[in-house]
Every structure is written in C-alpha cells, then in structure tokens.
Design a protein around this ligand. Structure first.
Ligand SMILES: Cc1ncc(COP(=O)(O)O)c(C=O)c1O
Length: 389
C-alpha cells in the first residue's frame, strides 16, 4: 500500500496536546505547532484496522497482556536491530518517561546523583529532580556543528553517579551513537557500578544508512547491567495510547519494577494499546519504510531552504528522530528574545534549546514530522520574520 504523507489532516478536533495546548505553551493559538514529538501523519493502516476491530468488539473490560505482545517486541528487535531480548525479562509500562521515573525512584536514594548528556530530552532532568536526586550533566561538546562526548568528563562524573540515563539514539541532536562510543560509555559505567538506562524510543527512526546499536546487544557483560526502554509509540505515532516495554537485566530488578506499579494499581494496559503496538510490530514495516523516506526528504528541504533563504539559521542533518536542531546564534538574541521572535514574529511553536540543556543559548528544536506543505508555510513565515529584522 502506498501512503500519502503529503495529506494535511486537520487536528483541531483530535484532542491533540500539540495543537490544543498552544495557549498554555506559547500564550497564543496563532502559531504552527512544530514542538512536542508526535507526528501529523495517520498511522499505518494495519494498526488502524486492528484498533477498529477492537472498537467493534464493544467490550473493553480489564485487559490481559498476551505472550504474543512480548513476542512481537522481540521479533521486531531481532528483525530490525539484530538483537533478541528475552521476553521473560520484559515489563509493560505506561511509557518510557514513567518507566525512567520509576527506575530513578526504585534504584537510587534521595540525594544520589544521576548523569545525563545535555542537551537532552528535557524530561531527563524532570524524572531525576522529581525524586530529589541531583542531575549531573555530561555536556556534549560542539565543534563545527558536530557534537561529541567528552569522555574524560564522562568518566570523572560517572565515579559520583548512581544511574546514567542514556538517550540512544539522541534527542534532540539526532545522533546515532556508534558501537564503540556505546561500549566505552557502558564500560565506564560498569567499572564504576553505575546503572545504565538506555532510552531507545527513537531507535526505529534512523536515516542515512546509519545503524542503531541496542546498548544491551554489545556484550553479555553489558547486557547484565543495562535497562532498555523501547516503544512503538514514537515510531508509529501512538503516544496517546501510552505504552512501552522495559527490558531488564535480571528477574530481581524486573520484579521490583512490577511490584511498584502493582502498589499504585497501575499494572494493566488499556484495551487498545497492546492491540495497536502488536499490530505495529508485526505489520507496520511497510508504512515505516515510506515514512523514513518522507522524513529524510523533509530534512533536506529544511537544510536547502535555510541555506538559500535563511542562512543565519543553521539546521543539523539528523541521523535519527524526526527532530531538527536549529542553530540560531547568528540572530544574536538572548533566550527570551528568541522565544518571543519565533512565537510573535514567525508565528511558529517550537521547543526552546535551553529546555534541553540549561546552560545552552541560541538553539531551537523543530519537529518535521508533518506534511511538506506545513513545513513550506512555516519556513516561509520564518524567512519573512528574519528578513524583517
Ligand atoms: C528520548 C525520549 N524518551 C521518551 C519520550 C516519551 O516517552 P513516553 O511517551 O513513552 O513516555 C520521548 C518523547 O519525545 C523522547 O524523545
């Protein structure tokens, strides 16, 4: 089946936080929303069919989680990433962020330090600070638009930390970490008894012939020390169904995690989420391949447009995610001026760079998982606003 990603879908009645929360986030509805990481595309037809079938059953009582769900996760990881995680060590949860929050709570103490690599998805700060743990930043270092890890700093800080939250691949920089980089980080963590939590939610969204390496697949020694978080929700635009899978290194940790959710009485999935996720993993590949081609085209469109018409704004070329990192430093605005400029002059709703790295200034994150026509309009507005400066 051929999917049409050019179709502009009106999401105004979609109960979408990306659209409905514009006032809350930007103080106005008059912006094109290109912020939170969900897509303006309909998901794959087999997922829609599976949910329709479930809807027509008309009974959505307390829901079981069949073995076929975990087998679908395993099959997907094996087929697409060459890694066969053990279904016995998998747990269901409501999402990767709730999972990471629970892990920080369960496997560290008040006052402990947790390392993150900034700029990074802002909830990495939140899930640490929520439990009165201290964030330790291993800042990624930029040189000529390329970002890399400062391993000396990483090693020094790992010695103080209890947990390392790894974003693999990386949001917002779109970096696909190499096997060597991952091994080096994991080895340092193991040597210093730091638990690694590998957030691999973006690992299906990979471009430019790069290859995602699941951190736990590197060696048996590393596998025994890593918690991996995966989900089909980013890949197939299902975030509203709230579902993810966590793969533990051992049964003891898995049981601790499962008990936590049981205590909160949040241990069942809603009736639609496992159905949708299973259909995605088993039947979604055709859609995903077409999506990746379309998003790669959007990356090039933004890069070409900015080079030609808005040279003061320099976008990266992400190898992962559908999020672009815009270097706006040549506009010479402070953070509040830049935020106001995007909202009030360009009429665009993006994420501010400083929310991903608190000491960073002059960057914005652009979500390009939208029809090309939306991007054309957005970039036209941005060009006009920059021209008027
Ligand atoms: C790196 C990363 N982890 C987790 C999430 C959200 O995960 P969930 O919706 O499963 O809580 C996002 C969403 O943007 C993300 O970018």
């Amino acid at each position: 089946m051929k999917y049409n990603f050019d179709e502009v879908i009106d999401r105004n009645h979609n109960r979408s936080s990306k659209y409905d929360e514009r006032i809350k986030k930007f103080g106005t509805m008059d912006v094109i929303p290109l912020w939170v990481a969900d897509m303006d595309f309909k998901t794959a037809q087999p997922i829609i069919d599976a949910c329709e079938k479930k809807a027509k059953e008309g009974i959505w009582g307390y829901t079981s989680r069949p073995a076929s769900y975990f087998e679908a996760v395993q099959g997907w990881e094996e087929r697409r990433k060459g890694w066969k995680p053990d279904t016995e060590l998998m747990s269901w949860s409501l999402g990767v962020v709730p999972t990471m929050s629970a892990i920080v709570k369960l496997f560290s103490e008040k006052g402990d330090k947790v390392m993150i690599q900034t700029p990074v998805y802002s909830e990495f700060y939140d899930v640490v600070e929520a439990w009165d743990r201290e964030v330790v930043e291993n800042q990624l270092v930029e040189e000529d638009g390329k970002w890399h890890i400062d391993f000396d700093d990483f090693e020094r800080k790992a010695k103080e930390c209890k947990i390392f939250l790894l974003c693999n691949p990386h949001n917002p920089l779109g970096i696909v970490w190499s096997k060597e980089e991952l091994k080096k980080m994991a080895d340092i963590c193991i040597a210093n008894d730091v638990l690694v939590v590998s957030d691999e939610i973006h690992s299906d969204l990979i471009f430019h012939d790069k290859k995602h390496t699941p951190t736990a697949s590197i060696s048996d020694e590393i596998k025994d020390k890593i918690v991996t978080c995966v989900s089909a929700t980013k890949t197939f635009n299902l975030a509203g169904l709230q579902a993810s899978t966590t793969i533990f290194p051992n049964m003891e940790m898995k049981k601790t995690f499962d008990r936590f959710w049981q205590k909160l009485e949040i241990h069942r999935n809603n009736a639609f989420s496992s159905v949708a996720m299973e259909a995605a993993y088993n039947e979604g590949e055709e859609w995903l391949e077409q999506l990746l081609t379309y998003i790669a085209g959007n990356f090039e469109y933004v890069i070409d447009y900015c080079a030609k018409y808005i040279p003061k704004i320099k976008p990266n070329r992400p190898d992962a995610t559908y999020l672009m990192w815009l270097d706006c430093r040549e506009l010479h605005m402070d953070d509040q001026e830049l935020r106001k400029f995007f909202i009030e002059k360009a009429k665009l709703g993006l994420n501010e760079g400083y929310t991903f790295g608190r000491s960073l200034s002059g960057y914005m994150r652009l979500n390009v998982a939208c029809p090309r026509a939306t991007l054309e309009k957005a970039l036209g507005q941005l060009k006009e606003a920059v021209d008027a400066l």
